[in-house]
Design a protein around this ligand. Structure first.
Ligand SMILES: C[S@@+](CC[C@H](N)C(=O)[O-])C[C@H]1O[C@@H](n2cnc3c(N)ncnc32)[C@H](O)[C@@H]1O
Length: 329
């Protein structure tokens, strides 16, 4: 079990499969100049599967989410999913992706054992998409989403970040669009995890702003604290249901007390939190011949160092050295 000193148990593992991405979202990456991890530093497919196996069979992890960077850029993704789906006990398997290429891979991923996808899409307007991501790939994302739904990767969730002056007025349109297609929409507050360190609290669109904007068109009924559990999203029923909308207010209403996550970077470092400033090296142990139980013990020790909270409200808060794309979002 991955127990921390505040009594939280981590059962949800985020695995970054690459730090590379085919978009350059302004709140995440600079246009150019970001140093990629070198290939030998990346865990191999076998190493990823071995660490997931240790997490699932020795440490009580129940859910594994593959992310990045852009996980669809990882050549071995389908094979990794297939091997993780064959583990006993079988973990829930999901993917966070920008959707580019999902049109071609959704069926294979489903067949390999993927249960769900979250696709990131911030805007319905192709021009705004190009300004926010610095790439003209809006159509690819929409086709990827449709393919995910057709492949039965249900529920298809859509993650949206709102940025002032770019798409901050799109919340109601995005929700109407998602409801029409039976996608479950969740807004994520912008966090200080951009490689350029450009985040300013004063400039961000808050959960309060998002809810006020949605309420200009929809009635929202809170689902209640109990239904949130350890999920980061607070959820509301839209116009009485059955559709819902979620808001992940990592900055203004953090959910650290119920956090059940542990993270593995693409180069084999355990992180206890997106905002952690420390990492524990599992790749070194793997490559120096450590046994499964030794690696499991390193992971347990790492989790005992998990802080009570993200520290975002602390005046001495320092942004982590790694950006979101390298930690795994
Ligand atoms: C880092 S991406 C990785 C997976 C994949 N490339 C994708 O687009 O979903 C995961 C999620 O993090 C979000 N994200 C990236 N930088 C962020 C930031 N600074 N604040 C909040 N969310 C961010 C993205 O919008 C995306 O929904």
């Amino acid at each position: 079990m991955l127990l921390d000193t505040y009594g939280r148990v981590a059962t949800d593992l985020r695995v970054s499969l690459t730090d590379r991405c085919n978009l350059r979202c302004t709140y995440c990456m600079p246009e150019e100049g970001l140093q990629w991890l070198a290939k030998p530093e990346l865990l191999t497919d076998d190493e990823v599967v071995r660490l997931v196996r240790i997490a699932v069979t020795l440490l009580g992890v129940e859910e594994v989410r593959f992310t990045g960077g852009e996980p669809l850029l990882r050549p071995g993704l389908v094979g990794i999913v297939e091997r993780c789906a064959a583990l006993d006990p079988r973990p829930q398997l999901s993917l966070t992706t920008n959707g580019i290429g999902l049109e071609r891979t959704a069926d294979a991923l489903r067949e390999a054992g993927l249960d769900r996808v979250n696709v990131s899409l911030d805007t319905l307007d192709a021009g705004t998409f190009a300004r926010m991501t610095r790439r003209k790939r809006h159509g690819d994302v929409l086709r990827g989403l449709a393919a995910a739904r057709a492949a039965g990767l249900a529920p298809v969730k859509v993650n949206a970040v709102l940025m002032p002056g770019l798409n901050e007025d799109e919340a109601p349109d995005l929700l109407a669009w998602a409801i029409e297609r039976n996608y479950e929409l969740r807004f994520i507050e912008q966090m200080p995890l951009d490689a350029q360190h450009g985040w300013r609290r004063e400039g961000m669109v808050t959960a309060g702003d998002i809810l006020a904007s949605l309420r200009t068109r929809f009635s929202l009924t809170p689902e209640g604290a109990d239904s949130r559990g350890s999920a980061p999203a607070e959820r509301w029923l839209v116009d009485g249901g059955p559709h819902r909308v979620g808001v992940i207010a990592s900055v203004t209403r953090p959910f650290c007390r119920a956090c059940d996550r542990t993270r593995l970077t693409a180069d084999g470092q355990v992180r206890t939190c997106l905002f952690a400033r420390e990492e524990s090296d599992l790749r070194g142990a793997l490559r120096s011949g450590a046994a499964d139980e030794e690696i499991a013990e390193l992971w347990r020790t790492a989790m005992r160092g998990k802080k009570a909270g993200s520290g975002l409200d602390d005046p001495s808060f320092l942004q982590p050295d790694r950006p979101m794309s390298s930690i795994g979002g």
